[in-house]
Structures are given as C-alpha cells and as structure tokens.
Design a protein. Structure first.
Length: 501
C-alpha cells in the first residue's frame, strides 16, 4: 500500500511539473506578442516570435508532437497577416499547408522509409560488421576501436542521425556483452558518446537522410533562387567532418585513454557469426538502387562544375532531389521479390518515427514565417548584425559566422540557430559581395554540431539517458569536441570552400 501511494504521489508530482512547463510554453506562444516590438519587427512578427520561442521551449522540455499541433492551430489566426498575398482560404488550411505541406516533410518521409528498408535487409549491420572484422581490428584493441569508430563515421554519412544513434547503440551493446564490459568500463562510455558525436558530425556533412542540412540549405535556395549544389556542399562538409573525427579519435586515444585490456580477449568467431549471410536478391536490388539514388543527388552538382549550362544539368536541377527519392520509394513498392514487395510501404510507415516528422513540420511552419517580410524579423536581425561584420574580409566573415553557429547551437537548439543565421547571414553576404553559398554551408555545418546539452539536439538527450553514456561524460567530452570543431572550421572551412564552391 505504501509503495502504491508513493508511486501515485510521484506520478502526481510529475504531472504537476509537466502541466507547469506546458502552461509556460503555451503562455509564451499566446502572450509574447503583447510585448513592445523593437522596430522594424511588426506586431505580427512578435506573434510569430512568441510561437517560435514557445514551441522551442515545449519541444525541449515537454513533447515533440503536440506543440506542433498547437502551433498549427494558433498560427491559423495570424496566417493571413503573415502571408497577405496568398489566395484567400481558411487560416487553418494555410497553417497546415505551411507545416505538413513543405517539400522537406515529404523528403523526410521518403528518407525514413529508405533507412527502414536498409535496416530491414541487413545492409547497415553488414557494413558495421565488415569494418570490425578487418585484420586491423583483430590485431589490437585500439585497431578494433579505430575501425568501430570509422564504421560509425561511414554509416553516419548516409543515415538519419537519430536512427543511426539508436541502431548503433543497440549494436554496440552486443559488442560490449561479447567483451564482458559494463557501463562501469570507461571504454564503453567512450564508444557510446563517440557514436553520438560522430553521428552528429556526419549529419552536418551530407544531405543523405539528414533533414536539417536540407532545411537550412533549402532556406538559402529560397532566398537566392539558386538550386543547391549538393556535390559542392559535400566537398566541403565531408573533409571538415573527417578532420573533426580524426581529432576526436586522437582525443579518445591519448586523453580519455580507457583501459582496453578486455578487448584482447574478445571472441572474433562470435562477431563473425553476427554477420548476415550472403546478399540475397532483395538486398542486392536495394543496395544498387540506393547507390543510383545517391548518384542522382550528387550528379547535378558535378555537372554544374563541368557543364553548368547543359540541358541535362538544367533538367536535373528542375527535378530536385525529391523526384529521384519518391521514384525510388515507388520502385521499391512496385517491385516484388519472392512474392512480396521490396518495400511494404504501409508496414514500413508504421515503423518510421512520425515524431520526427511532426517536429520538422513545426519547424517549417515557423521557419517560413520568420523569414516573411511582413514580420520584420529578418530585417531586425540583419540591422543588428550588419554593422558588426560589414567591414570584415570574406575569410573573417565566414569564420565568425561558423564559430558563432557552433557556440550558439551548443547553448540553444540547433534548429532556431540555423534558421535565424541562414535567414540573416545569406542576404548580408550578398550585400558584401561574398558567395552566399559558402555562407550558408558554414552556418548549416556549424549549426548542426551540437554536443553538450540535451535541448541542443535529440541524440544528445538519448546519450544523456543511456546508462553507457550519461550526462557527465557527454558534457565534458562535448565541450572538447565543440572546441575542436571550432578550431577545425576556423582553420579549414573557408580554405576548402573557395576550392569547391
């Protein structure tokens, strides 16, 4: 009876805290608009900022889904003021279309379905096990560690960051069990935190299943009217990510320096037994089709370098990355192997994380509104920042924005940091005669390097909560990785950018 009463009291206390936080978030959304608006922010701009701050608060401390629904409802009352030039329609329709109707939401659904399929056919597990069964991994404990972290880097370039962290956490725990290691072993904590950080670093480097780089560069494209050159983006992002990865590996080896003696007795025969059998027809079809899909995303950027005015270049740009992605999903849904569709879209849709989709929908609702001229938000931020950067050299301008985005994203949430800095930084760079693409890449890459606190990025919260990770290790090692990222970007980002942009 005492235990039951205590449980009820604890639940009641948790409910009280929950409702308090929810009330604070909703109050911000409703009443922030009544604060005095600094020029040139308009009254409707203050309403948008209130929704922006309130939803970020609720996403961070309460829930990732219902705040978006609340935002859609509340935004419907100001939709016509934010978008006065849209065809007349009920505000709730405009609000919902601005959220769920975004091309980014459509892309994310397709990318999550693709990740689910790659996991289902065993390709992700096959790749991870290939790395840690090489001779380098078998020869020494640190060789094994190096190859494990390298496999994380390679997989992270192509997987949704949350999906990658969850899958690799589960896989790593199988390895920990084989090595008879527990959360008390420093090596397991280092690997868990390392998986998180490396997946975040690679998330910033490519568009493959990575929604926020696509979002931030989509804002750039909307401002400039220029198609995104993903080949150039990755030519900058991947080398930067690899450089940060190298620094982290050296940090792990010589500073964290955990005891790896238990790895010397790991049974590689058991690890070999974890590998899937030979590739079947279904897996081969999925892998080949995915490679073709990735090529379709990269080819336009490559063609823009060697044949920028060619008809095929213009055609690829016109279909965007969405057409090949949806065509791939359609192909997987139509083609049948062994009497079943390669991708059962209905079944797979039940497995994907719709919470991420609702979260992105809320982001898009606010992202487009903050950039609308009727709000005055971009003009206000631009007026505040321009005097600070207008006399800087291109190198200094790009470097400062990159460093600013990294610092801000580690004390705030990466989404608003990227949205605000891209929305403001790109027009300023255009005024200064600096390549806006380089500006957008610098901000997009930096704004996604959130390592320190859970509100900054979902994977950090997952790592804090995992018994093999924990808040203390994640924060301490996150501060180092943030500093390392700043140093790498300051030294290399602009120099690489002027070569490939």
């Amino acid at each position: 009876m005492i235990e039951t009463t205590s449980a009820k009291e604890l639940a009641k206390k948790e409910d009280s805290v929950y409702y308090t936080k929810a009330a604070i978030g909703v109050a911000i959304m409703l009443f922030f608009r009544y604060l005095p608006a600094p020029a040139p922010i308009t009254p409707v701009g203050m309403a948008v900022l209130g929704m922006f701050f309130g939803m970020v608060f609720l996403w961070t401390f309460v829930d990732l889904v219902w705040p978006t629904i609340a935002g859609i409802i509340l935004f419907s009352f100001i939709a016509s003021s934010v978008y006065p030039n849209l065809p007349p329609s009920p505000g709730i329709y405009t609000s919902f279309s601005q959220a769920m109707g975004s091309w980014l939401v459509m892309n994310l659904i397709g990318l999550l379905l693709l990740c689910e399929l790659l996991n289902e056919v065993g390709t992700i597990r096959r790749i991870a096990l290939w790395f840690i069964t090489r001779e380098t991994a078998k020869n020494s404990a640190w060789g094994f560690t190096f190859m494990f972290l390298l496999s994380t880097f390679c997989l992270g370039l192509f997987l949704n960051v949350t999906t990658a962290v969850v899958l690799l956490f589960a896989f790593s725990k199988e390895i920990f069990a084989l090595a008879n290691m527990t959360p008390e072993d420093k090596w397991t904590r280092m690997i868990t935190v390392g998986i998180t950080f490396i997946c975040i670093i690679t998330f910033a480097a490519t568009p493959f299943c990575h929604d926020l780089p696509i979002l931030f560069m989509g804002i750039y494209s909307g401002i400039t009217g220029v198609p995104i050159n993903w080949f150039a983006y990755m030519s900058i992002g991947v080398p930067l990510a690899f450089a940060i990865w190298i620094v982290f590996v050296l940090f792990a080896r010589f500073v964290i320096n955990p005891d790896v003696s238990k790895l010397k007795h790991i049974d590689f025969d058991k690890i070999e037994g974890m590998r899937p059998g030979p590739m079947g027809g279904k897996e081969k079809f999925v892998v080949i089709s995915t490679i073709v899909l990735f090529a379709a995303w990269v080819v336009p950027g490559f063609l823009s370098v060697i044949a920028p005015t060619a008809a095929i270049t213009n055609w690829f740009n016109s279909i965007t990355m969405s057409m090949p992605l949806l065509a791939a999903v359609l192909l997987f849904g139509v083609v049948r192997i062994d009497g079943k569709p390669v991708l059962d879209i209905a079944e797979a849709s039940g497995k994907i994380k719709w919470v991420v989709i609702w979260f992105l929908a809320g982001i898009m609702l606010i992202a487009s509104a903050t950039g609308a001229p009727t709000t005055g938000i971009s003009a206000w931020v631009s007026a505040a920042i321009t005097p600070l950067v207008q006399d800087l050299s291109p190198y200094a301008f790009i470097t400062i924005l990159s460093i600013l985005s990294i610092i801000m994203t580690n004390i705030a949430n990466n989404v608003p940091v990227g949205i605000v800095l891209i929305t403001v930084g790109v027009p300023i760079s255009q005024q200064m005669g600096i390549d806006p693409f380089i500006t957008a890449v610098a901000i997009s890459f930096g704004a996604n390097l959130a390592y320190c606190i859970p509100p900054a990025f979902i994977p950090i919260g997952i790592c804090y909560a995992d018994p093999f990770g924990g808040g203390r290790n994640t924060f301490r090692w996150g501060v180092f990785t943030m500093i390392a990222s700043i140093a790498v970007c300051a030294l290399l980002l602009y120099r690489i950018s002027v070569i490939f942009a």
